[in-house]
Ligand binder design. Structure first.
Ligand code: AMP
Ligand code: MG
Length: 407
């Protein structure tokens, strides 16, 4: 058996980042920047008010309360028309430009209107009473308060989240240079599998892996491509994989990589690609076939439903993320405490136990999510983490344990 880290290194070495492309910002969520983002503009580009209120000259309100003549109303998106002179104020809405002459804003809650009337013309002027004195710059957002022009905003290798996309839009960018989103084909193999909801004949089971792996691929920010279901027949497996090679950047298969008589996936891949057949010192997900057909990485995951998910998590997800330019493609582990015994038997393998992680006493506490068999998908579905239990007889309640937090 091979250690997990060695196998993962082997995988990552064969999953180099793809050639960068420029994509619309609208399509860039979850992608990784391939060039540095430098701000071409300041944000904000003009001094504006953080509050609804009155733009004033701070020198005028030193002896507040005091009364000022209202000369204009300035809405967001509209340029001020007049300069605020001594004894004057402009009513102003959040986000609107600070008018010339004014250097501070008094929030509307600290003012009252003492005479109503048109702000200009022959009628009585509108007078605002300012109840507090404010320093120069009060509630004013100066030019470049968020970002100055020429700032190194995001480096190469930044995963673009919702907030990042917002910043790119704020800077007026419509395209961004990133590592391209991969198309990842997912194929189920097995004579026993049914995927149409029809009644099962003796020995048949339903295909759960394809939906699970397509969903995990989606969550890994790739484009999942359904390559369907193939029976354990070399010709059909080869046809499905060939379709995947022609249309995808990477392929994930499940089933057919164990020691069984009809495990043809490896045989087919051996013939058409450069594959390694590996036994990894982990449980679940010991068997793994990995290699390339042409330059398309192929992950041959084991068929047991929990094994296929854990194998995706430990090998396929890091490999795919590496191809998409993630500088740290492997999910980090975090330290936790076992809230109950997590028993296991010594077998030379690291066990990845399905657990529920909750926050407790300022840290993370884990308890079993249910049955730990590699066919027991229910507990995997309920788990939000995998406890990394080293070889030995397990972790006692209260003991430390590392966990991989899942999505
Ligand atoms: P294999 O890796 O092909 O030897 O399959 C191991 C176990 O996983 C067997 O019990 C299979 O029936 C089961 N299995 C394989 N593929 C799937 C699938 N797509 N969905 C659910 N179970 C599967
Ligand atoms: Mg099989």
């Amino acid at each position: 058996m091979l250690p997990l880290e060695a196998v993962r290194e082997f995988v990552l070495d064969r999953c180099p980042a793809r050639t960068p492309v420029s994509v619309p910002v609208a399509d860039a969520l979850g992608l990784v920047t391939a060039s540095e983002i430098i701000s071409a503009e300041a944000i904000p580009q003009f001094a504006n008010t953080a509050m609804d209120g009155f733009a004033v000259r701070s020198a005028d309100v030193v002896d507040a309360p005091c009364d000022l003549r209202v000369i204009e109303t300035i809405a967001a998106g509209h340029a001020p028309q007049v300069t605020v002179g001594p004894g004057e104020a402009s009513r102003i809405m959040t986000g609107a430009t600070i008018p010339p002459g004014a250097d501070a804003v008094v929030m509307v809650e600290r003012t009252s209107i003492v005479t109503d009337g048109p702000a200009s013309g022959d009628g009585a002027a509108e007078i605002v009473r300012v109840e507090v004195s404010v320093p120069s710059g009060n509630h004013v957002r100066p030019v470049g308060d968020d970002l100055h022009a020429g700032t190194h905003v995001f480096g190469v290798g930044t995963e673009l989240t919702a907030g990042h996309l917002g910043v790119l839009c704020s800077l007026g960018m419509t395209e961004v240079e990133v590592f391209p989103r991969l198309r990842v084909g997912v194929l189920s193999t097995g004579d026993e599998l049914v995927d149409d909801g029809s009644p099962l004949r003796p020995g048949q089971i339903r295909d759960s892996n394809r939906r699970t792996l397509l969903a995990l691929a989606h969550r890994a920010d790739v484009i999942p491509v359904d390559l369907g279901l193939s029976p354990d027949e070399p010709d059909k497996i080869e046809a499905a994989i060939s379709t995947g090679i022609d249309t995808c950047d990477a392929i994930v298969t499940s089933g057919g990589v164990s020691m069984g008589d009809f495990d043809y996936v490896k045989a087919v891949l051996d013939r058409i690609g450069d594959m390694r057949w590996m036994q990894v010192a982990i449980k679940p997900a010991k068997p793994l076939a990995f290699g390339t057909v042409g330059d398309v990485p192929v992950f041959g995951l084991p068929g047991n439903p929990v094994s296929s998910m854990v194998s995706f998590e430990l090998f396929a997800r890091p490999g795919l993320r590496s191809m998409m330019g993630h500088p740290d493609p492997v999910r980090p582990t975090v330290a936790a405490t076992a809230a109950e015994d997590l028993p296991r038997r010594a077998d030379g393998k690291t066990h990845f136990m399905r657990v529920l992680a909750t926050s407790a006493n300022g840290g993370i506490e884990v308890r079993s999510a249910g049955g730990q068999g590699s066919h027991m998908l229910w507990a995997m579905a309920k788990a939000n983490a995998l406890a990394v239990v080293p070889d030995g007889d397990g972790v006692r309640a209260g003991g430390p344990v590392d966990v991989l937090l899942l999505d």
